[in-house]
Design a protein around this ligand. Structure first.
Ligand SMILES: Nc1nc2c(ncn2[C@@H]2O[C@H](COP(=O)(O)OP(=O)(O)O)[C@@H](O)[C@H]2O)c(=O)[nH]1
Ligand SMILES: [Mg+2]
Length: 403
């Protein structure tokens, strides 16, 4: 390398370095020292030294390790639990309507769909002559409304007896008699309140079960609103992990009323883990109620039994489940009854939610399913709207049938 080459290389190196420095200098925003406060600005008034802060003022709050609260004991996590759960409370945007008097307000929907049952019976029993043909029509009316064979026979016998005693049948008398008998059939004395009161150290836990499309997610969302209206702190758990859309659907309901939804970001995650984490989150947040939405695929009974059983068992590591609500589509008739039986074998159902009662003339299913499972109908779905869920009231139901 001769001298000329060496000089060229040196010039090139200097040019590159100089350019770089110029670039850095150009990128740095000009720091204008304020005239009245005049502490020396690092990098401007003197060259930066080791340990100098680049941009951050030294009095900026520093997050220290001891400021982060740690739990005393870490809760036991079940095998296979996923850590990738997200629970962010959303800002409350809606104040849902209170639940008092809701079934009365929605009564027109019951009456519309059930007119054949109540009105039909009323007109049959008001006929001048009650011959065998008429009694057969009464029976047919009850069976068509899905009241079920057992309860139908029972009611028929009682009505025959009472009509015989009644003699001349005044319309008001017939109506009163039918009202009384229908109330007996619906079992007005059953306890129908929901177990949604917080325990001393943990929230109440409600499990929603039922087949696909029965209305579980919708009902969980509507129920969250009912509870929020009653000033309860609610957590939703998206334990239907088959499709991400199912969790999105639940979260949309929660977001509307500022209720957090615990979900897994991963499709096909273990539903039991999501439910477990949700209850843990509910305990941490001192929530009143955790509503667990589950999947309802009924490919085979064994698979369903395994999954639902596991969800319940794992959640119960935190404490007993307070309510297991079986969500049934009222329009599915005998099929729905068959499903009810399967679910009742898998989990101890504590209450029934009959959805889509607004779209069916088969209100008799209320009677049939209660009889079959020995469990009360606690809630009824009367439409797709957010506040179209009502506590089941036997009197309102029967009156709606007869008016
Ligand atoms: N008309 C009517 N539709 C309902 C009612 N409850 C739920 N649905 C509809 O039923 C469909 C299935 O509901 P979804 O909650 O997704 O069922 P899931 O599969 O059991 O979670 C949705 O289109 C709901 O809007 C109800 O009480 N009345
Ligand atoms: Mg669902």
């Amino acid at each position: 390398m001769d001298l000329v080459q060496l000089v060229l290389v040196l010039v090139a190196v200097l040019a590159v370095l100089g350019g770089g420095i110029a670039l850095v200098a150009r990128r740095r925003p000009p720091r204008v020292p304020s005239p009245d406060t005049a502490p020396p600005a690092p990098g401007v008034d003197h060259a930066p030294g080791v340990g100098d802060d680049a941009e951050e003022p030294t009095d900026a709050p520093v997050r220290r390790a001891e400021a982060v609260p740690l739990p005393e004991t870490l809760p036991e996590v079940p095998a296979g639990a996923e850590p990738d759960l997200a629970a962010e409370p959303a800002p409350a945007v809606e104040r849902p309507a209170p639940v008092q008097g809701r079934m009365v307000r929605l009564r027109a929907r019951l009456a519309r769909s059930n007119s054949t049952l109540g009105q039909g019976l009323l007109s049959l029993l008001s006929r001048d002559r009650l011959d065998e043909g008429t009694w057969e029509e009464v029976e047919e009316t009850l069976l068509l409304a899905d009241v079920g064979v057992g309860p139908t026979t029972e009611l028929l016998d009682r009505l025959r007896d009472r009509v015989a005693v009644l003699g001349a049948r005044q319309p008001a008398e017939v109506r009163a008699m039918l009202r009384e008998e229908l109330l007996t059939l619906v079992d007005a004395g059953l306890e129908r309140s929901l177990a949604v009161d917080r325990h001393a150290e943990r929230p109440a836990v409600v499990l929603m079960v039922g087949v696909n499309g029965s209305g579980k997610t919708t009902t969980a969302g509507k129920l969250a609103r009912v509870l929020v209206a009653a000033d309860k702190d609610v957590v939703l758990a998206a334990a239907d992990t088959f499709r991400a859309a199912a969790a999105d659907q639940l979260r949309t309901w929660g977001d509307q009323v500022g209720v957090p939804t615990v979900r897994s970001e991963r499709e096909g995650a273990d539903p039991a883990s999501v439910a477990f984490e949700a209850v843990r989150f509910g305990i941490e947040q001192e929530a009143d109620v955790v509503l667990v939405d589950t999947a309802g695929r009924l490919q085979n009974k064994v698979g369903l039994m395994d999954e639902l059983g596991k969800v319940k068992r794992v959640v119960e590591r935190h404490g007993p489940v307070d309510e297991v609500l079986l969500v049934l589509d009222a329009t599915t008739g005998q099929n729905g009854m068959q499903q009810a039986r399967v679910f009742a074998e898998v989990v101890d159902v504590t209450g029934i939610v009959l959805t889509k009662l607004d779209g069916t003339a088969k209100g008799g299913i209320v009677v049939a399913v209660q009889r079959e499972l020995g469990v009360p109908v606690k809630l009824v779905g009367l439409g797709e709207g957010p506040d179209d869920l009502a506590p089941f009231e036997p009197e309102t139901f029967v009156d709606a049938l007869l008016d």
